[in-house]
Ligand binder design. Structure first.
Ligand code: SER
Length: 503
């Protein structure tokens, strides 16, 4: 087994030799970019250079970027766990030219790295290039195609011209973009996960697991404006992104990213906790993969400063935590909170490259435990009620909107989970029935008198401030329970002020 750490190091070494500065991954929270919820590509942290509004003291860089793809334009959530090569969190290895080298070096170095350092068999590799777009006045990328055929070992018939869907890369609705050339590998007929599906054909950019993309070389030349037009940028740049987990699998001759050292320690822990083994039953394997994938995303995002919550990024995290917990409870039979037990494993896997994860381990464990406990209270009940509701419904049937809404409004079972579980059973939620029940519910509750707790500010006179005693005690152990005193009661004893609190 070639370790993931060795593979990362050899990537950095190669590009150092080619004059690149190795830079650190940006956090997964793009603090200064309102167009993004999470960092979804290596180029995000260099967006200002591409747009001509920022500079660095280097023109060539290489890095590994922590990426989260669970929302917005690039969202892989639905595939995660079902297949073995999409993730909500993954690492993207990248090399960058800021107005320096362009297509020739980008292509020949990618080829050299893959064939000479990674020893990938050249005969399994394909390249795709952009076929052009007359409406936007972008020419077919014959230049890239010619470099592939004249400067690498890829024969003409394995260079394919493809449409903008796959070969014109954009970060989001607006921003830097350009044509790209992708490297795909053919992992052989046994890798196809759609064998026996009528009409299925294995091909590059197809829908099975036989051919997968491993590296995307983008030639950034335009800025997509809010009105949809492409504006040429002052300089031309290179932005490459290689799927690190996929590369690790490929180099170790594994068909699944989950069979690499980036995941196996997590699965060992899950086996120990659940008593189930990975690799025995598809349904259980999917649960292992979902939990492993989501635990990584949660730890990376929490250590970069996001907490699960009701809005925006926090809500995305809450949803994926709930998804993982549900798989753990329903499929692996895990009764106690388990996500926080995966956090130390993740911290160890990344101790060399992302020390910020182990640096915030106690915090991560505390956040995960609190969130999972809160969710556990509603989930068991909700799953049972959902099962009663769908019992007897056939594929493609509709889940009655009023009963589903009742599950949400009376039992607190989250709507997105109802939708997700319905989708998994190939049934749909009757949205108009839901809307009607929701409107009636709102009308009924509008008439009800709400009571608010109230007290006079003077009632606080003489109290000292509550002492905060979270998140960890003197031994570094997180604290979820704590014995303290109520200093004063208000509002018929429905509110109190505590002497100290871990919350
Ligand atoms: N920006 C491109 C991608 O995310 C290449 O880095 O695929």
């Amino acid at each position: 087994m070639i370790s993931s750490n060795e593979i990362r190091t050899s990537f950095f070494q190669f590009f150092k030799e080619k004059g690149h500065t190795i830079v650190e991954s940006a956090p997964v929270v793009p603090h200064d970019d309102p167009t993004l919820l999470f960092t979804n590509a290596g180029m995000n942290q260099f967006k200002d250079i591409f747009l001509g509004t920022g500079t660095r003291d280097y023109v060539r860089a290489a890095d590994t970027q922590k990426c989260v793809r669970v929302s917005g334009k690039h969202n892989d959530l639905e595939e995660v766990g079902v297949d073995t090569y999409h993730h909500t969190y993954f690492e993207m290895l990248g090399n960058w030219s800021f107005g320096d080298y362009f297509k020739e070096e980008a292509i020949t170095w990618a080829w050299e790295f893959l064939t000479e350092r990674c020893h990938i068999d050249p005969s399994i590799m394909y390249a795709t290039v952009f076929e052009g777009d007359a409406a936007n006045n972008v020419e077919p990328d014959n230049e890239a195609a010619n470099i592939w055929t004249s400067r690498t070992g890829i024969p003409r018939e394995r260079v394919l011209f493809c449409s903008g869907k796959d070969n014109f890369w954009e970060m989001g609705d607006t921003g830097p973009c350009g044509p790209c050339t992708e490297i795909h590998v053919d992992r052989g007929p046994a890798a196809c996960d759609m064998q026996g599906t009528p009409g299925h054909e294995c091909r590059v950019n197809g829908d099975c697991a036989r051919f997968i993309e491993i590296w995307n070389l983008v030639f950034i030349q335009y800025n997509r404006l809010p009105d949809g037009r492409l504006e040429p940028l002052p300089s031309r740049h290179v932005d490459t992104g290689m799927g690190f987990e996929r590369l690790c699998a490929l180099m170790n001759k594994k068909l699944s990213n989950y069979d690499t050292d980036l995941f196996t320690p997590l699965f060992d822990t899950l086996c120990g906790l659940s008593g189930h083994t990975y690799g025995s039953l598809l349904e259980k394997d999917i649960a292992f993969r979902v939990i492993g994938d989501h635990a990584r995303t949660l730890c990376v995002a929490i250590s970069d400063g996001v907490n699960p919550g009701n809005m925006g990024r926090g809500y995305v995290l809450r949803r994926i935590l709930r998804r993982a917990v549900r798989f753990g409870r329903q499929v692996l039979g895990l009764r106690d909170p388990f996500m926080h037990q995966l956090a130390p494993v993740i911290a160890t896997i990344y101790s060399e490259i992302f020390p910020e994860i182990s640096g915030r381990l106690a915090h991560m464990e505390q956040v995960l435990m609190a969130e999972e406990n809160a969710f556990a209270r509603t989930i068991d009940n909700g799953i049972r009620l959902f099962e009663d509701l769908v019992a007897g419904l056939k594929e493609h049937a509709q889940l009655p909107g009023d009963s589903a809404f009742d599950l949400y409004s009376t039992y607190g079972f989250p709507k997105d989970l109802i939708e997700l579980m319905a989708r998994e059973r190939k049934i749909t939620l009757d949205q108009s029935g839901w809307n009607k029940a929701e409107a009636e519910h709102e009308k009924a509750s509008a008439g009800k008198k709400r009571t608010f707790a109230a007290f006079d500010i003077e009632e606080l006179d003489g109290l000292s401030p509550t002492e905060f005693c979270g998140y960890a005690d003197a031994n570094g152990m997180y604290r979820l329970t704590h014995r303290t005193r109520a200093l004063r009661l208000f509002n018929d004893a429905t509110m109190l002020v505590l002497e100290s609190t871990p919350f």
